[in-house]
Structures are given as C-alpha cells and as structure tokens.
Design a protein around this ligand. Structure first.
Ligand code: URA
Length: 246
C-alpha cells in the first residue's frame, strides 16, 4: 500500500483475476504453465509482485489492462481558480491544486471562479454521475456573506424561492448568522439541493443583497472541516460509501 492508501503492488494472480480475464485459480495454473509474462519474461510462480503503475502483464498472449484505481478526494478551493480540467487561456484552474495526482481525476460539479470551499474530485464515473444526478437532490450547504442587512421579508423570499433567469428556485433553508460590526455585511448559512448556475449569488441578488463572499462547507453529510484553503485530502471509504448511498 502506498502512503496515500492507494494500492501500488499486487500479487500477479490477483492482478490478472481483478481485471476479469479468469478466476484466480485458473490464473495460477496458467502461471505455472509459463503462459504469463511480466515485462516480456515468463513468470512461473504465483505471488510475483506486480507494480500496477509500470509493469506490463500478458496472459496467454493477451495484454492485461492495468487496474484502474478509483480516487476520491476533497479540495478546499480558494477563490480565483476555475473549475475546469483545462483552460485555453492558461488561467489558474483547480487542476493546478491537485497536479501531483493522476490526471484521470476531475472535479465533480463546479464552483464559480470566486466561490471557495468544498469541491470533490474523482476518476470514478459512476460516483460522479450519482453525485450530480438531480434525482439524488444532495444538500449543498454554503456560507454566504452578503451586502447590507436583509430584512425578514427578504429572508423569507429566499426560503420560499426566488425567480432567477433560469427559473424559480426551490425552497431553501436560510439561517441568519451575524451582521458585521460596521453593518456593511451579513453572514448566512444556506442549504439548497439544486445546482442552478450561480444559484446562491442570483438568489441574494434577486432580493437586493449581492453576495460578497461565498463558501461551500458541506455536501450531504460530508463537511469541509478544517481542511486548509488550497489543500486536498482523500475521502475515507465510509465517506465514499455514505455519498454513494444518498
Ligand atoms: N451558487 C453560486 O452562486 N455559486 C457557486 O459556485 C455555487 C453555488
């Protein structure tokens, strides 16, 4: 196991069996019969360690597809980074913050350029699909700092739904947290389960209080915690399972 909890070596028969070609027992027989090569050399003993990143394994003349390991991580996105895999204009993207990881990973969903906070990455297409599919209605929690002091009527409108260019927003949970000492801004916690473009910003703009700063703190049960800005961490197996079960 590597230090990130990622498998980097594996027994030869397991490596082949995991790729789905044949059962582990059948594979062992073929190994003993000299029908399996590793980097061009026949290997006669099961248990031979395979480096899943670099070794080339051929089973009865058929190359074995390398095992694709699934990665799941969260990033605390700083403002000023685009949520895209690449930008033709060379601007900073969230990929720059995970550049030491395999480039098979991609962000799940998106945060606006200036939005901060919890962004998930994976290379597991099923996982990404489940997380993004509207039928799963995953709750997304944001901290929003907005201009001025919205009155209760404005807050109630946010809760009921506001008409923005892409339609009326579904009811949201909106909690007033605090107003700055100079009364220039007020902080709210907002929970939505839709993903309309710039939704939280447009909701507050719609009630006359533009967002000054926006941070996503939670997706379903998964919280950003105290992960420093610009840093990532791998999700635990139980965090992945919990998100998959939503
Ligand atoms: N709502 C927004 O306005 N921006 C985001 O990035 C996410 C939700």
């Amino acid at each position: 196991m590597g230090d990130r909890g990622i498998i980097d070596t594996m027994r030869l028969e397991k490596y082949i069996a995991t790729s789905g070609i044949a059962s582990r027992r059948a594979v062992k027989k073929r190994i003993r019969a000299g029908l399996v090569t590793v980097n061009g050399e026949p290997i006669f003993v099961p248990g031979h360690p395979i480096d899943v990143e670099t070794d080339t394994v051929v089973f009865e003349g058929q190359p074995v597809e390398p095992l694709t390991e699934h990665l799941y991580l969260m990033l605390n996105k700083p403002p000023g980074y685009l949520t895209t895999r690449r930008d033709e204009r060379g601007r900073p993207t969230v990929m720059h913050l995970v550049a030491d990881l395999p480039n098979s990973i991609y962000p799940v969903g998106r945060l606006d350029l200036e939005t901060e906070g919890l962004l998930i990455f994976t290379n597991d297409g099923d996982f990404a699909y489940r997380l993004l599919h509207p039928s799963h209605e995953i709750e997304k929690t944001y901290l929003a700092w907005v201009k001025g002091i919205p009155n209760e009527t404005a807050v109630e409108r946010l809760r009921q739904g506001v008409t923005i260019p892409s339609g009326k927003t579904a009811p949201a949970k909106v909690k007033r947290l605090k107003t700055s000492r100079d009364e220039a801004s007020t902080q709210f916690e907002v929970v939505i389960h839709e993903g309309k473009k710039r939704q939280v910003r447009l909701m507050f703009k719609g009630v006359g209080h533009p967002v000054i700063r926006l941070k996503r703190t939670r997706l379903g049960n998964l919280g950003l915690g105290n992960l420093p800005q610009g840093q990532y961490r791998f999700l635990t197996a139980s965090e992945v399972t919990a998100l998959m079960a939503l």
